[in-house]
Design a protein around this ligand. Structure first.
Ligand code: GLC
Ligand code: CA
Length: 551
């Protein structure tokens, strides 16, 4: 194949798709146990058609002890009874496809659950055994072996190593877990691990999925000898190209894995895709994951993290486009997901004030109205950018983070593992409201909800926004409709202005303008306003508003 990246530009549904992330636990509960499930999703698919997205990505629904909300997988080829059955998964895939929606599932290859058969076998087997070599077991340091093998910290806080207990009750070796203790890291130097995941890919491809979102794609290979790393642990692998790279992230060896996977995907009919969740900066480094023979796309977290100012947005958009252009891949855009504070709340915090890992009682509270206003402007801008866009369930309702959740209700292991210093991600994972006056706001048939829903959520319910002019839901629908009608996802961006206060660009026959400044900006004469994120005032575009214009 031609591997000169400048010679190719990818085409295909995924290059311009709007992809909607479903977090199964919190989307729709069919049986009233307070946990969303696959039949619940199937019953609500028409919502996604009406919204106007092209595909869904489902967070994990596999059998799991749920130590990390399903990102601890005990069996990669089945469905947790909490969420349904394999037959329910097949039905969901079929029903989605019959509506023209593609389906992407989550694949978690960096670690299994500690309940996975392999890990249980490893614990029962001796040090040095074939069973242990599927994971990263090491002897402890010190005469008694009671010190962890190195100084790595877990992303959720605390040490990245846990000591095992041998079958005879004596303390044994340690195993590595970059996340929770219930998520032992696999050893990707072991060919058996490669074989296993190639087979898992085929299992789901055979069932008709359109692709995989690859969890922690930058973490699979660790630097040989696992050297110490004195820095605090972060999932983000680095931000300066010349800084030393952490020994657990973005190692060269990961790329060979994805080249192999790509061959498997390419051997299937249709366009099946791999999407990297790789917290890798800068954009040039991330682009290496989407070279023509590797993954199809990668989440653009640099965009998600960028401050809400014209210069910051201009810089990140420009850099993102350049970096992916250099390898012929489409750019992606994302503002919210199940791991970050929802953008309707994040943007209501002081600009440039850092990125909190969760917000709780006693923390500085976002300005909800400002946050929503900016979120609507940010989304309208995002949906006009060339490339594909990822939406997180509930953002089409303008849903804020739950920022006053009682700490006792928290489930994210981050809260406990950080010694109650990081609140973690529960606030963005709250079951979403469908009907204002129904129990659990229509999430399920009962009041049950695995995380408490804030009392103010009736106003965000879908049935309060549907067909209501100016509602956030109708704004998303309009934006997605215009995006499709004007081919914005496959267009090209041409900057018209990039000042300190405003950004303007042209994409095809649409001009997009965002006013970040205090002074209102006049709508150019003769321009037709196709969409606006908030009402205009006397022909001017107020602060924190994006408009689509024609003419
Ligand atoms: C990814 C997931 C996150 C999970 C972690 C460990 O970052 O998005 O939710 O906790 O991987 O699997
Ligand atoms: Ca349920």
């Amino acid at each position: 194949m031609n591997t000169d990246p400048t010679q190719q530009t990818a085409t295909g549904w995924w290059t311009e798709a709007a992809i909607y992330q479903i977090y199964p636990r919190s989307f729709a509960d069919s049986n009233g146990d307070g946990i969303g499930d696959l039949p619940g999703i199937t019953a609500r698919l028409d919502h996604l058609v009406e919204l106007g997205v092209d595909a869904v990505w489902l967070s994990p629904f596999y059998p799991s002890p749920q130590a990390d909300a399903g990102y601890d997988v005990a069996d990669y080829r089945d469905v947790d009874p909490l969420f349904g059955t394999l037959a329910d998964a097949d039905k969901l895939i079929a029903e989605a496809r019959s509506r023209g929606l593609r389906v992407i599932v989550d694949l978690v290859p960096n670690h299994t659950s500690s309940a996975h058969r392999w890990f249980q076998e490893a614990l029962a087997a001796a040090p040095g055994s074939a069973q242990r070599s599927r994971y990263i077991f090491r002897d402890g340091l010190g005469p008694a072996g009671d010190q962890p093998p190195n100084d790595w910290q877990s992303v959720f806080g605390g040490p990245a190593w846990t000591r095992t207990v041998d079958p005879d009750g004596q303390p044994g070796q340690w195993y590595l877990h970059l996340f929770d203790t219930g998520q032992p890291d696999l050893n990707w130097d072991n060919p058996e691990v490669h074989e296993e995941f190639l087979d898992v890919l085929r299992f789901w491809l055979d069932r008709g999925v359109d692709g995989f979102r690859v969890d922690v794609a930058h973490g699979l290979i660790k630097q040989a000898n696992l050297p110490d790393w004195q820095e605090p642990q972060e999932i983000l692998s680095g931000n300066e190209i010349d800084k030393p790279r952490p020994p657990m992230w973005d190692q060269e060896g990961v790329h060979e894995i994805y080249r192999q996977w790509r061959q498997v995907l390419d051997s299937y009919p249709g366009e099946r895709v791999l999407v990297a969740e790789a917290w890798v900066e800068p954009a040039e480094r991330l682009a290496r994951y989407v070279r023509p023979d590797e993954m199809h796309q990668a989440f653009n977290f640099e965009y998600l993290l960028a401050a809400w100012t014209a210069p910051a947005q201009y810089a990140v958009i420009t850099r993102s486009l350049e970096a992916t252009d250099s390898v012929g891949a489409p750019t992606t855009w994302v503002l919210s997901n199940h791991d970050v504070v929802r953008h309707a709340s994040r943007l209501g915090l002081a600009v440039g004030g850092g990125r909190p890992n969760g917000i709780g009682i006693g923390d500085p509270q976002p300005d909800a109205a400002l946050g929503l206003r900016r979120a609507r402007a940010a989304t309208l801008l995002m949906l006009a950018l060339p490339g594909s866009a990822y939406l997180f369930q509930g953002e089409e309702l303008g849903l804020p983070e739950h920022t006053t959740m009682p700490d006792e209700a928290r489930q994210d292991p981050t809260w406990a593992r950080s010694g109650h210093t990081q609140r973690g991600r529960d606030g963005c994972r709250v079951p979403i409201p469908w009907e204002a006056d129904a129990p659990s706001y229509g999430f399920g048939p009962t009041d049950a909800s695995w995380l408490p829903q804030p009392p103010s959520w009736a106003e965000y319910a879908l049935d309060r926004q549907r067909d209501v002019p100016g509602s956030t839901y109708e704004l998303y629908r309009a934006a997605l409709r215009l995006r499709r009608a004007h081919g914005l996802g496959r267009g090209t961006l041409e900057w018209l202005s990039s000042g300190d206060e405003t950004l303007a660009f042209r994409n095809g026959d649409v001009t997009v303008l965002t006013n970040f400044g205090e002074a209102p900006v006049p709508v150019p004469p003769n321009a037709e306003v196709l969409a606006t994120s908030a009402p205009l005032t006397e022909g001017t575009i107020p602060t924190d508003v994006t408009v689509y214009l024609r003419g």
